[in-house]
Design a protein around this ligand. Structure first.
Ligand code: GLU
Length: 302
C-alpha cells in the first residue's frame, strides 16, 4: 500500500490540511504501507515563498515521517508534457480558444467547479485566434468510483463537467493532469484527502483509464468548517496555523473531528504519542461523511 499527502504551498499548514495529513498517514502506517509527500507547487502564481519549507518543518517536528524524497510538481513539467503527448497521440485532446467570458455565457448550468464547457472548440478553435488552453474530450457516459467514506459516487462527465482543461491558457499544466501523473509515477494506491476534491475525482478516474491504468482507492475526509460555514483556510487567519507548539493539541482535535474518540487523558500528550495511538486505533468506519464546524479559536498557540 502506498499513501501520500500532497499539500499546496499556498500558506502554512492549517487544521484542514492537518486532517488530510493525519488520515493519510495513519491509514498508510496501519497497513505497514509507505507514506509519500508531494508539494503541489504547480500553480506558481498562488505559491507563497517559504510555505513549502514551513509545512515540511512542522510535519517533521510533529513526527510525521515520510518515505523517500519529497516530490515537487514545479520540477516535473517535462513529464507532464510527455503525458500530454500520449493523450495527443490518442486523439483525445484539442485546442480551445474560448475566453472565460464566452464559456460562462454559453454554460446553461454552472457545475460545482465552474461552468460546464459545451465543447465549442471540439471541431477546431475559432479561426484567427491564438490557442488558449488544451482540453481533454470526455466520453458521454457515467464515471463511477467507490469512496472509502462517501460510498458510491457517479458523475456524468460530459453534462456535469464537460471537456476539461489539462494545460491552461497561461501555459501551466492543470492540477487534474499533474495529480494523476504524479500518483501514477509514485505508485500511489490510496489517495486520502479533503472532500472538496470529491467532485474532481471522476475526472481523475477517467484520466487513469486514458493511460490504461487502474485508479487508486479514494478516501475523502469531511471538511473542517470555520464559523462562517466556509472550509478552514488561511483566510481564517493566524489562529488556525498549525505549528510545532500547538500541533499536538491539533492532532488530538483532528482525531476527535474524525470521530475517533481519542482518550481525554491524551489531550496534552506529545504528538508522537498521539500518532502512535492513531496508528493502532484509527477506524475509517466511524468517519462520518459530513462536513463539520470546528471552533478555530481552540487551535491556538500555547
Ligand atoms: N494539493 C491539494 C490541496 O492541498 C490536494 C490534492 C490531492 O490531494 O489530490 O488541497
Amino acid at each position: 500500500m502506498v499513501g501520500r499527502f500532497a499539500p499546496s504551498p499556498t500558506g502554512p499548514l492549517h487544521f484542514g490540511s492537518l486532517v488530510a495529513a493525519l488520515g493519510s498517514y495513519l491509514l498508510a502506517r496501519q497497513d505497514q504501507g509507505r507514506w509519500l509527500l508531494r508539494i503541489e507547487d504547480l500553480d506558481t502564481p498562488r505559491v507563497v515563498p517559504g510555505a513549502a519549507d514551513a509545512i515540511l518543518t512542522v510535519l517533521d517536528r510533529l513526527g510525521f515521517e515520510w518515505d523517500g524524497e519529497v516530490v515537487y510538481q514545479s520540477r516535473r513539467s517535462g513529464r507532464y508534457r510527455q503525458a500530454l503527448d500520449v493523450l495527443q497521440q490518442k486523439g483525445l485532446l484539442y485546442d480551445c480558444s474560448c475566453s472565460r467570458r464566452e464559456i460562462l455565457a454559453s454554460a446553461p448550468h454552472p457545475g460545482e467547479d465552474g461552468p460546464v464547457y459545451q465543447g465549442t472548440c471540439r471541431r477546431g478553435p475559432v479561426p484567427g485566434r491564438s490557442q488558449r488552453a488544451t482540453r481533454l474530450m470526455v466520453p458521454d457516459r457515467i464515471v463511477c468510483h467507490t469512496d472509502g467514506v462517501y460510498g458510491l459516487r457517479e458523475q456524468h462527465l460530459r453534462s456535469e463537467v464537460g471537456d476539461f482543461v489539462l494545460k491552461r491558457a497561461d501555459g501551466l499544466f492543470a492540477y487534474q493532469l499533474a495529480v494523476v501523473i504524479d500518483d501514477l509515477d509514485s505508485g500511489v494506491t490510496q489517495v486520502v484527502r479533503g472532500a472538496d476534491l470529491l467532485s474532481s475525482t471522476p475526472r481523475q478516474v477517467y484520466l487513469y483509464s486514458c493511460f490504461n491504468a487502474p485508479p487508486p482507492h479514494y478516501i475523502h475526509l469531511p471538511l473542517a468548517l470555520a464559523r462562517d460555514g466556509e472550509k478552514i483556510s488561511k483566510r481564517h487567519g493566524q489562529g488556525v496555523e498549525i505549528t510545532a507548539q500547538n500541533g499536538a493539541g491539533a492532532i488530538w482535535m483532528a482525531l476527535d473531528f474524525l470521530g475517533q474518540n481519542p482518550p481525554a487523558g491524551l489531550r496534552n500528550a506529545p504528538a508522537a504519542e498521539l500518532l502512535c495511538w492513531g496508528v493502532t486505533h484509527f477506524r475509517l468506519e466511524v468517519v462520518a461523511p459530513a462536513d463539520r464546524l470546528v471552533e478555530t479559536t481552540v487551535v491556538h498557540d500555547k
